[in-house]
Design a protein around this ligand. Structure first.
Ligand SMILES: [Zn+2]
Length: 326
């Protein structure tokens, strides 16, 4: 028999599962808490932590973690899975994008958090110390947030420790259908230095950042990228049966550039996520309220369209497309 796995009041013996809420504070309406599911396999193996809903209007990753948590069988699982399907419950129930309605902070920009801080900082600290910190491997599942259409990718923050970095890169390659991002500490590409994954890697957890879906949607194809990615990683780690597979070449994102409108009006997009852009290519046209075309927005360089904003009206300086230089 292997050891029981416990996070505060939620504990699972070997070969069993448990679920419940972890309370980290209170609101006038009741406890401030997040849900956790522990599936503690009967056989030995690594502990994998899955988190989604750090940004809780990113629905494809949330649905994927819910489905995976429901589908795993403790009797056959090797090792254990700790799943937090919705990290930020206040964002989830109020359908708030980007930042917590409680303190205005982005949970993925306050890591490693602090016990004597505001809600998001407390949440980051508990998540890292008591949840992710129990695992050898961690995947933080994301999507484009509200108004962001995003090309799937997986990223890992390099630590300089070869053994960890080899496993981190392997996980990112196994997860992503195409694009991967290996971040260094200068922080031009994700995962960034104040993010949950970055903080986890500094504590010796092999932690990757995985994106699929966006713009407040819940599409089967986007969920599938996440479910397939986690399944592939779990096969690689020997936690479930099957051979991990990578289909097609992986492309390494090295830098990102944002193309912005300089004029204002209705935006007629000419690109979609995944398009390969060349320098000077038209990405959108802006027309003023009289219907006159006032700007042709062109790509500043060559790359792959990784984020296309869903807004159809722009003001001066608004982003149109962000592309990966690969
Ligand atoms: Zn996110």
């Amino acid at each position: 028999m292997k050891d029981a796995l416990r996070i505060r009041s939620v504990g699972a013996e070997s070969g069993t599962r448990a679920q419940g809420f972890i309370t980290i504070g209170e609101m006038p309406s009741g406890p401030m808490q997040f849900p956790v599911v522990i599936i503690n396999g009967a056989a030995d193996g690594p502990v994998l932590c899955l988190t989604s809903g750090v940004h809780a209007t990113e629905y494809a990753p949330i649905d994927a973690v819910m489905r995976i948590a429901q589908s795993l069988d403790a009797a056959t699982l090797r090792g254990a899975v700790i799943a937090v399907p919705v990290v930020n419950m206040r964002m989830f129930e109020s359908r708030t994008g980007f930042v917590s309605p409680l303190d205005g902070l982005n949970l993925n920009k306050v890591a490693p958090g602090r016990a004597d801080g505001s809600f998001s900082e407390i949440l980051a600290q508990v998540l890292l110390d008591e949840v992710i910190g129990q695992a050898a491997y961690h995947i933080d599942l994301h999507a484009g947030d509200l108004g962001e259409m995003l090309l799937p990718f997986a990223g890992y923050a390099l630590t300089g420790k070869r053994e960890l970095d080899e496993r981190g890169e392997a996980l990112a390659r196994l997860y992503s259908p195409k694009l991967i991002s290996l971040a260094t500490s200068d922080g031009k590409i994700p995962p960034f230095a104040d993010g949950i994954c970055y903080a986890a890697t500094r504590r010796g957890v092999v932690s990757i950042f995985a994106e699929s879906g966006g713009n407040g949607t819940l599409e089967e194809a986007d969920v599938r990228v996440h479910v397939d990615g986690v399944t592939n990683v779990m096969r690689y780690l020997g936690m479930i049966d099957g051979t991990p597979s990578t289909v097609g070449p992986r492309v390494m994102g090295r830098e990102r550039q944002v193309v912005r409108a300089t004029r204002a009006g209705l935006l007629r997009l000419r690109v979609k996520i995944g398009d390969e852009l060349v320098a000077g290519q038209e990405v959108a046209e802006v027309c003023n309220v009289f219907g006159e075309v006032v700007e042709t927005v062109r790509s500043s360089g060559a790359g792959i369209a990784g984020l296309v904003w869903a807004h159809k009206v722009v003001n001066t300086g608004d982003p149109v497309v962000r592309y990966w230089i690969v």
